[in-house]
Design a protein around this ligand. Structure first.
Ligand SMILES: [Zn+2]
Ligand SMILES: [Zn+2]
Length: 362
């Protein structure tokens, strides 16, 4: 039987990467060999589990093949998957990814010599961008295509994000041999640790070039105003967010871009109010129309429609115009338009009019 890495980290199989990381940190703290109640074997096991589950690719393989994967029986498909094996050549050695543990150790870095030195920056996924987008009431009802422009980091168009001046020679990084990571032995509170860090020479890219891009100075990204066409789906409601995958800030050195989150704010409309997929409005009628009945024109998002007012209608009565509301998401029809009829009580009546009304009372 293979080890149940999920069990070791105390998480379920549906855990997000964030949850896995959190569980790992918490357990690593708990079983830290240097602490009272610490457990070195357990600490290693936790690290081993995290080396697999913390890496989306390895995790998928593990989910799929389980123990077969662990025993290396699946053949060539798992090359490069030896990250969690024990380094028996080192006394008390661990293989720990310092980028993941960096925060954990930073708290007592000064005491144990874990300064910033071991924790180098790596090319990360670009940042997400949050943006507010205001649209009109009617645009939200029927959907709309908007052009937005925003200043963001984009992939450098001169070097196409590979950081080298076009025409310069790109070679494998000599420092890390192209892997983008270097391994160092560090004396730590846990004894000698085998520590992996991002290669500083190439920033984790594994490549070297003899001339940096002259436009982005080797970062692979530039600040630019980007214009973007966005399709806002019909039926979107106030405060809802649209996620545009990969439209956030470009990542440095060719790493993937972040996402763009557009939060929708719907401008109010003096004619209409919205409640879910229904639209509400008010229509004023006069006393005679209420008493005798009439046909009136009501404005809807589709334009004016006729509404039949039966005789004897009371103020506050709500009439439903079916299917004149907001389009439901995923094309499941439309809500309704609800018209509240307000009867205007006559003012400044003449003596004659008052007499007529009194007659009505009897
Ligand atoms: Zn460039
Ligand atoms: Zn390198």
């Amino acid at each position: 039987m293979g080890k149940d890495y999920y069990n070791i980290l105390g998480i379920n199989r549906a855990a997000t990467q964030e949850e896995i990381k959190k569980a790992f940190r918490q357990k690593a703290h708990q079983y830290h060999p240097d602490k009272a109640g610490g457990d070195e074997a357990k600490f290693k096991e936790i690290n081993e589990a995290y080396q697999v589950l913390g890496d989306q690719k390895k995790r998928t393989q593990y989910d799929q093949f389980g123990s077969a994967f662990e025993h290396g029986q699946a053949g060539g498909g798992f090359q490069g998957f030896d990250g969690f094996r024990d380094f028996s050549g080192y006394t008390n050695g661990f293989n720990i990814n310092m980028d993941d543990l960096g925060d954990m150790f930073s708290g007592f870095g000064d005491v144990f010599g874990f300064g910033g030195g071991g924790h180098t920056k790596r090319a990360r996924r670009g940042r997400d961008i949050q943006m507010l987008l205001e649209i009109d009431f009617i645009e939200a009802v029927f959907g709309v295509e908007k052009e937005i422009s925003l200043k963001k980091t984009v992939k450098c168009d001169h070097c196409h994000g590979n950081c080298a001046e076009p025409g310069s020679k790109i070679e494998t990084c000599q420092v890390c041999g192209g892997s983008g990571r270097v391994t160092k032995i560090q004396r730590t509170i846990l004894g000698n640790m085998q520590v992996q860090t991002t290669c500083e020479a190439c920033g984790g890219e594994g490549k070297a070039y003899n001339q940096k891009c002259t436009k982005c100075h080797g970062s692979g990204v530039c600040q630019e105003i980007a214009n973007l066409k966005v399709k806002i789906p019909a039926g979107i409601d106030n405060g809802e967010t649209i996620r545009l995958s990969g439209q956030g800030e470009a990542g440095e050195k060719g790493s993937p871009a972040g996402d763009l989150y557009l939060q929708i704010r719907i401008r109010s409309d003096r004619r209409f109010e919205r409640e879910g997929y229904d639209i509400k409005s008010k229509a004023e009628i006069n006393f005679t129309q209420a008493a005798l009945g009439d046909k009136i024109e009501v404005e809807t998002v589709d334009g004016y429609v006729k509404l039949y007012i039966p005789d004897g209608t009371q103020s506050g009565t709500i009439f439903k115009l079916k299917g004149k509301g907001v389009e439901r998401l995923q094309g499941r029809g439309r809500g309704d338009h609800l018209v509240e009829v307000i009867v205007k009580t006559p003012k400044n009546l003449s003596r004659k009019q008052k007499e007529l009304l009194r007659e009505l009372e009897n």
